[in-house]
Write a protein that binds this ligand. Structure first.
Ligand code: SF4
Length: 341
């Protein structure tokens, strides 16, 4: 272990149960060595809430995750991030004003509507959703949340990830022509009222840079070069990539798929590289795991042992993550609705 790593461990021992370090699956291995829990964003936020006696939570991930830990965390807990500039470009593609404008646009077209926001969004976006009777969702439960919204007789405005929206709609058998794309940079979302009236689902034109780096050409190459390989991709990948893969699913589903793969199999995975490398190591000698394309989240990579150590030694207020009271109350509504479904 590095010198910085040894010091981190000494601080962890001194704090005991009063300190909990959470590490997202996409973090580098040298950071995850120090995590009490490794998981996806929602799983980790729930760990924060259930960590009785934990005074300080350190979230090694990106800002929206730390905000969710604040929203779902326990009384008297403070949440910190080692690198305060670690944000998510996709979450930043949907701000509150843009969402409120979109809400005015879709509701003006008539019919009843529900907003659904992916947890990969800012607290303000979740608050918008909670205020208008909608629900948050994860990549693992998006199907159930959309079923809930459609089941209540409403049409859906889905933000901020176009691809998760389209892929989930396809899983539910919603025809492509019932899905419209809202371009938040264009007046009226670039849609005319007749298009909004015809749509059952309006998806936001946001995307994850990491998962849109996977292409049809990469899948075709794998099919040519390793014909017996199985390909699994994350639903933040474009629709045409997902439709050519053998399987698609959330981070948890990808982990499970690799765990269940038969001995000797080759699994090609389309998601963030750090997770793929960890899975490859875990299954080394049993199955072969390869990246469809080595795609790294630059924001996840901002956290390292050095800034983790510096946080644990100095606890600067600038690294503390907070969510203001009014935003938190509405954002919790969206998260709690999701958890109750
Ligand atoms: S992998 Fe994509 S969605 Fe996740 S934090 Fe990075 S940019 Fe955001």
């Amino acid at each position: 272990m590095s010198a910085a790593g040894e010091r981190i461990e000494a601080i962890r021992r001194a704090w005991g149960g009063r300190l909990v370090i959470l590490g997202h699956h996409y973090q580098r291995a040298s950071v995850l060595e120090h995590a009490d829990h490794i998981g996806d964003s929602l799983e980790l936020s729930r760990k924060a809430g259930s960590a009785k006696g934990a005074e300080r939570i350190v979230f090694c991930g990106v800002r929206f995750m730390a905000e969710s830990a604040v929203l779902l965390g326990g009384e008297g807990q403070s949440v910190y991030m080692p690198e305060r500039t670690a944000g998510c470009p996709m979450a930043n593609m949907a701000d509150e004003d843009q969402l409120e404008q979109a809400w005015r646009d879709v509701t003006a077209s008539g019919g009843k509507w529900a907003p659904v926001v992916y947890v990969n969004s800012a607290a303000e976006a979740k608050a918008f959703c909670g205020r208008h009777g909608g629900s948050a969702c994860t990549s693992g439960n998006a199907k159930g949340v959309l079923e809930w919204a459609f089941g209540s007789g409403r049409k859906v405005l889905f933000a901020p990830d176009e691809h998760l929206g389209r892929n989930t709609a396809a899983d539910l058998g919603v025809p492509d022509e019932d899905v419209a794309l809202y371009d938040f940079r264009a007046p009226g979302g670039g849609l005319v009222p007749a298009e909004l009236r015809a749509a059952r689902l309006v998806v936001w034109k946001g995307f994850c840079l990491v998962h849109t780096a996977f292409t049809v050409a990469q899948i075709e190459r794998v099919r040519r070069e390793i014909p017996d390989a199985k390909i699994i991709v994350h639903p933040e990948c474009p629709r045409e990539v997902v439709s050519l893969a053998d399987e698609h699913g959330s981070t948890a589903a990808i982990v499970k798929y690799c765990d269940a793969a038969p001995d000797g199999a080759t699994v090609v995975v389309g998601t963030e590289l750090n997770l793929i490398e960890r899975l490859a190591k875990k299954h080394e000698g049993r199955i072969r795991i390869k990246a469809l394309n080595p795609s790294v989240c630059a924001n996840m990579a901002k956290t390292n042992e050095e800034n983790l150590l510096s946080l644990l030694e100095q606890w600067p207020e600038t690294c503390r993550v907070t969510v203001s009271g009014a935003v938190a109350a509405d954002a919790r509504l969206a998260l709690e609705r999701m958890l109750s479904l």
